[in-house]
Design a protein around this ligand. Sequence first.
Ligand code: FAD
Length: 378
Amino acid sequence: MVHALGAQASVTALARKDTSLRKASFKENKNISFNKLWIPLSSANLKSGSSAAMHHLKVLSMSVSQATQRKTLVQPLELENAKEPPLNLYKPKEPYTATIVSVESLVGPKAPGETCHIVINHGGNVPYWEGQSYGIIPPGENPKKPGLPHNVRLYSIASTRYGDSFDGKTASLCVRRAVYYDPETGKEDASKNGVCSNFLCDSKPGDKIQITGPSGKIMLLPEDDPNATHIMIATGTGVAPFRGYLRRIFMEDVPTYKFGGLAWLFLGVANSDSLLYDDEFSSYLKTFPDNFRYDKALSREQQNKNGGKMYVQDKIEEYSDEIFKLLDGGAHIYFCGLKGMMPGIQDTLKRVAEQRGENWDAKLTQLKKNKQWHVEVY
Ligand code: FAD
């Protein structure tokens, strides 16, 4: 049980399990109660300046506190006071043995390939910050080095430091099964399927798992300015670190981090059945419409303006004016997903810059220098 105390009303919220998993049904938490009513903007006569309008304005301002109340108050971890993120607490030679809590498929039947949400209990022993990765050592022998364990595979952590159960004892991963299809027959060849991703997606609650890390500093969420703009570009499982950011920003009530800026997520996947954590992101749109934007590129379902497949770079192009203005104003931009996403995106950004009479290479150098440009592709 987590107690969430808002400024204007006290709210009791059950610690929610992730609401966006396909297998788990999404239910409004019946235990949340509000003692203020929310009247939609359309019903407020804002032009008149009448006392009725002022009353509506007052009610409108309450929506902000109501939004706060919807968050889950977390008991701040020691990690909140640290100046640096934890790094490599466990190394490949001495990994930490954690336990699988749950494995759930995130995608629908029409998705090409499976992606799973995996919750791991580390008992609070392998703490991390949002945007870091864990290493996983799959069981068995390394085929290239007989007698030795497999090499470590890295996975971006998809939860906040508090984990999906808000107690700082779990970490979640978003893992796509690597399946090998014979190029000649087009049939799956299980002997060549990815070792670690299949081990993770096939694992069961209670199974033991060897983890290393946490690692990575590139994708940490800069929190020095709580009113900053964060533009997140993800393809597929690249959404993992952004799920962590967004839960910290919109789901958790963290006493030391009160977000008042803009978070804008671009997510590229094949089709609607392949969308990851869509319910969770859509719920932020409803609760925090002024602070969150969410654009999806469904390559096999939508067409770009030239009639081709809709990729994230096409969405970037659609909003390029706004994106460039936000970058000029100091916005952070993040890219995460498969390596193959970057060339198309870079080409688009370069083309847009040229159309605007700007030199992309100089702009990119400046963005990197200002630490506004964050890329983690694999
Ligand atoms: P491997 O066993 O390593 O195989 C790799 C590929 O080779 C597979 O596609 C496999 O099918 C193919 N293959 C195997 N044998 C043969 C053969 N004989 N001939 C031809 N092909 C073959 N992945 C995620 O899903 N989610 C994440 O959040 C994520 N985050 C990452 C973050 C970072 C920083 C990095 C570097 C990587 C990340 N990855 C992530 C990728 C992940 O680390 C693994 O590379 C991925 O899961 C594949 O590992 P595997 O053990 O399943 O496949």
